[in-house]
Design a protein. Structure first.
Length: 109
């Protein structure tokens, strides 16, 4: 048995969990924050038989895509009266970071 831990952008989480459900895979979603932008992510946990890992990976690939967006950087520490005009920065968001872990024991009670 395997545990797939998939960290995805918050914008992709709903579509991913719905696609997993349609394919017959159960998942648990945990709201998380992190990354360069400190934006909302979702950590999706999927317990699955060894032979189903490829199918789950395909569902994740189909529903979590990288894209670019523009953000305003955080202002630096400034003295009172100084003016800071931030220039938007283009960053890549989305996609998924996936960990596949061996499960020694799993129980449903």
């Amino acid at each position: 048995m395997k545990l797939i831990v998939s960290i995805v952008n918050g914008d992709d989480a709903h579509d991913l969990t719905e696609a997993l459900k349609q394919e017959g895979f159960q998942s648990t979603t945990i709201s998380t924050t992190g990354g360069f932008l400190r934006e909302g992510n979702a950590t999706i946990l999927i317990g699955i038989a060894d032979d189903k890992v490829g199918a789950v990976m395909n569902v994740i690939r189909e529903n979590c895509h990288r894209r670019t967006q523009y953000v305003n950087p955080l202002p630096p520490v400034m003295e009172p009266g100084e003016l800071y005009m931030p220039n938007p920065v283009e960053v890549e968001v989305g996609g998924a970071t996936i960990f596949v872990l061996n499960v020694e024991r799993a129980e449903r009670v």
